[in-house]
Design a protein around this ligand. Sequence first.
Ligand code: SF4
Length: 350
Amino acid sequence: MTKSPFAELVKWSNLQYASLPWRKHRSLYTTLVSEIMLQQTTVGTVLNHFEKFLQSYPSIEHLAKASEEEVCISWKGLGYYRRARNLRNLAIQIVQNHQGKIPVESVVLLQLKGIGPYTANALVAIGANKRALAVDANLERVLARFFGYKDVKGIRLQKKISNDFNNKKILNDIEKIGPRKLNESLMDLGRVICQARKASCALCPLKGDCVAFSSGKPENFPTILNKKTSLEHTLKLLRVVVKEKNKILFYQKNHDEWLSGQWELPSFILETSDDSLKQYPKIEWNKKFTETHMIKTGITKYSIENQIVEMNLIEFKRLTKSIDIDYIFKIPNEKLNLSTASIKVLKRIK
Ligand code: SF4
C-alpha cells in the first residue's frame, strides 16, 4: 500500500514546529486564544505574546472576568484590537451559556457571536482533534495547488474546498492521519514553503503528488485576479497635546472606529487624499508649524504625517468648539490603553 503524502507532511511538520507553545500544552482554551491571535498576525509576533497572555488569563473564566481595557492592554503588540475584544466576548458567552466549556461541534460554535467557519473548524480540528478542515488563505492555496483547483482565489474557492472536503471528495485519510496534525501541517506548509509568491517545491514533502508542481508553474494555482496595487492614501493629522499637571487630554475611540477602545490624543484631519475618511474630525488650521514636531506613522492604507502642537485648554476649547467629542484628562501611564501613535507623539515631545 502506498503511503499517504500527507503522512510525510505531518512528519515534516512535527520535526519543525511541534515545539510551538500553543502546540505543547494544548487545551480548547489555548487553541481558541492561539487561533484568534494568529489571525492576521505572524507566528513570530504571537510567539512573543502568547505565554504572557495566558499567564494573565490562565482560564476562560479569568478572561471573562477581565475588563475590556485590561484585555486590550494585554493584547498590546498584537495589533487589530477587535480580535482582543472578540476573544473576551467569546469567553463571556462561553462562561454564561456553556458553563465555561468550549463547545466542540461546529453548529454550536457558529452560534457564538464572533466565531466564523474558520475558527469553528480550527477548534473542532485542532482543539478537539475531530474531522474538520480550517480553510483560510494558506490552506486554500496549498490545497488548490496540490489538488489542481484553478478557480479564482477567494471565499468561493474556500467554500468549494470545504464542500469537497465535507462531501469526502478530498482528504479522505484525515481521520487516519489525525485532523489536528493534518490541519496544522497544511498551515505550516502554506506559511513556510508553499507561499503565495513563491512555492519552494524542492523542499516540499507533497511534491511527488502535487498537481501544481507537475504543471511546472505552481504559483499559477489558484488564479489571482489583477488588483489595482495603488491603495496608498496620504493623511495629514494634527495631534494636539494639552497638559494639566501630570495629566493629558485624551479621548476614547468608538467601537466602529480604527483602534476602538483605545485612548488617543485629540486628533484632527488637516489634509487627506481620501475624501471618504471619517475617523477624525476635519479642522481648518492656518497657523504655520514653526515650533512644532512632526512624526510619520502608517495604518492600513494610509501614510500619515502627524503634526504635533501643544496648547492650553482655552486655546483647545476654541479650536474644538464645533466638535462633539468628550475629551478627558488622564494620566498617561501603562494602565491606560493608549494608541501606538499617541505613545509615539508623547515620546517625541518629552
Ligand atoms: S509541491 Fe510546491 S506547489 Fe505543491 S504543495 Fe508543495 S510547495 Fe506547494
